[in-house]
Design a protein around this ligand. Structure first.
Ligand code: ATP
Ligand code: MG
Length: 565
């Protein structure tokens, strides 16, 4: 990570860690982990957790493990395992040689389960799933003990080993902790520790196991085996903390990590649940996990976000215990600021309209030297070819317009960015009245600046018709039209709020020649249009394809203001 990054502001987790270091708890060590389940691609919410866990490890000379929480082989696969590693690395973090899988510990977990059975703290239960639910009671009523709760240690050990050996069908038996059926905390009412799952091939362990440990049992044991000191998780696990601690207090493990909860990131105009993201992909509502409209890291990368902008976002949103929803505009601002500072400027005409400069010497080409960035000279210069035929954007011309209109009108003048002032003399139309061409004249005394006393306010961009390069431009916008698509008050489905205009593809654009050799993933500001990135998806395009990363200004802020004045 670069040294120039500003110091990370404090938060309650960092304060706990600093106090622990002072008190020499865990011998002053700091060890965290990021524990994704490989059942989908990482999203921007995961980035918050990644920046927190890896960031804390970096700042306190600790370590952060990447651990796949892979106890649910039905929904997991190796594509997800690989994409998660790629995304964490792309965000700028390094787990060194500390890549682990919860499945690495299946044998130790089984031993820990046997230990609980031997101590009379776990039992094999034959209730059906439905009976188990009934016996569990409710928030206001205590549960009822399972009729299998008092099985002898011998019988439990025998049944557990036969569960492992594959003697029983799925769902016939589970292993449960024996804690407290009357606990006000439902998680403590004899939670399931192991379940039977036949016929799945686990991406790491193949067919070696037909029983799989539950998250609430796996997680504390894995944390302890890895010597984790601070186990950071999201708030919904607060109610599981007593169980986390119970497991660690009742099995033999080398240490007792501390679970600390923080609030998850919620972001407006998107959904973050993996179930819903999977649905969008599987139903073809988007073009895959890396669709540039997805809130996934892969989608944001393809859209043109930089790792720096995402880390900056995670710093700005901070870490706390209060639930809140962050505005999409905040994420967009992070990339806008980053690209404003670092992206070279280019001119690109998205809706080309031909302009013929009738008084420009025929066949003449002028090579104009132009800065790549208005402030940062280190980004250098490029040459722009100026010719007598060029393209401007259709949106920059009106036959008639109010006086406020600062672009080109019939009979009016406008400056071509980095070049001359032109006047529109004639509008050429086809048989249907559609404008197909403008005939203009240029003033050769106006290159780069207005002569004394001459006022031309409007400036528009352009591309030489001779030297321009054809390109496709994909105008991406927010995937949903509602700020909270998955919590609609009238019970509508989140998919009802999909934005029909989230992608507009424009195929016959013209971009300046300096963009001809642009490489996949390169980012630019198209002057007056926004920030764009060469679509990095491999090998699918015949022409240049640019993805719009973000507009120059936050156009949604205005819409929201109009809606809620
Ligand atoms: P889902 O509930 O949608 O399946 P998950 O939280 O179970 O997602 P995991 O792969 O288990 O997904 O998450 C890995 C880690 O990332 C966990 O520690 C989890 O708390 C954290 N995380 C997931 N979503 C968010 C979020 N929106 N904000 C912050 N941290 C998150
Ligand atoms: Mg999870």
């Amino acid at each position: 990570m670069s040294d120039e990054a500003a110091p990370t502001p404090g938060n309650f987790i960092r304060h706990i860690i600093e106090d622990d270091i002072k008190a020499n708890k865990h011998e002053g060590r700091v060890a965290t982990r990021f524990p994704p389940e490989p059942n989908g691609y990482l999203h921007i919410g995961h980035a918050k957790s990644i920046c927190l866990n890896f960031g804390v490890a970096l700042d306190y000379s600790g370590s952060c493990n990447l651990r796949f929480d892979d106890t649910n082989p039905h929904k997991e696969n190796i594509e997800f395992v690989e994409s998660i590693q790629q995304d964490v690395r792309w965000l700028g973090y390094d787990w060194g040689d500390r890549l682990f899988y919860a499945s690495d510990y299946f044998e130790q977990l089984y031993e820990a389960a046997s230990e609980l059975v031997q101590a009379g703290k776990a039992y094999v239960c034959d209730l059906t799933a439905e009976q188990t639910r009934e016996y569990r009671g409710t928030l206001t009523e205590p549960g009822t003990p399972s009729p299998f709760r008092d099985r002898s240690v011998e019988e439990n050990l025998d049944l557990l080993s036969r569960m492992r050996a594959g003697e029983f069908e799925d769902g016939v038996r589970v292993l449960r902790a024996k804690i407290d059926m009357a606990s006000p905390n439902m998680n403590m009412r004899d939670p399931t520790l192991y379940r039977i799952r036949h016929g799945v091939i686990h991406h790491q362990t193949g067919e070696s196991w037909c029983i799989y440990p539950m998250y609430d049992f796996t997680h504390p044991v894995s944390d302890a085996l890895e010597g984790i000191t601070h186990s950071l998780c999201t708030l919904e696990f607060a109610d599981h903390r007593p169980l986390y601690d119970w497991v660690l207090d009742n099995v033999s493990v080398p240490c007792h990590p501390q679970q600390i909860e923080f609030s998850r990131l919620n972001l407006e105009y998107t959904v973050m649940s993996k179930r819903k993201l999977t649905e969008l992909v599987d139903e073809g509502r988007v073009a895959g996990w890396d669709d540039p409209r997805m809130p996934t890291i892969a989608g944001l990368r393809r859209r043109g976000y930089t790792p720096e902008s995402i880390r900056d976002f995670c710093t700005r949103i901070g870490v706390s215990k209060s639930e809140n929803t962050v505005q999409m505009g905040m994420l967009e601002n992070c990339i806008r600021e980053d690209l404003n500072e670092h992206a070279p400027r280019r001119m690109a005409v998205i809706h080309p309209l031909k302009v013929v400069i009738t008084n420009y010497p025929e066949g003449q080409v002028e090579q104009l030297d132009v800065a790549n960035h208005p402030q940062d000279e280190s980004l250098g210069k490029r040459t722009l070819a100026f010719t007598g035929e060029l393209y401007i954007d259709r949106e920059d011309f009106r036959e008639e317009a109010p006086r406020k209109y600062k672009r080109l009108v019939s009979g009016g003048e406008v400056r071509l960015r980095n070049a001359y002032v032109i006047r529109c003399d004639e509008v050429i139309k086809d048989a249907h009245g559609e404008i197909i061409e403008l005939h203009c004249s240029y003033d050769s005394a106006t290159l780069g600046a207005n002569p004394e006393g001459r006022k031309v306010k409007g400036v528009i961009h352009w591309v030489s018709a001779v030297h321009g390069v054809a390109a496709e431009v994909r105008l991406y916008d927010r995937l949903f039209t509602a700020p909270a698509p998955d919590s609609s008050k009238d019970g509508r489905d989140y998919k009802d709020f999909l934005n029909p205009d989230s992608l507009r593809t424009v195929t016959h654009c013209m971009v300046e020649p300096a963009l001809a050799g642009a490489e996949a993933g390169e980012r630019f500001q198209f002057e007056r249009e926004g920030y764009f990135c060469v679509d990095p998806s491999p090998g699918e395009h015949a022409t240049l394809v640019f993805n719009r990363v973000v507009t120059l200004r936050d156009s949604w802020a205005k819409i929201e203001q109009q809606q809620n004045p």
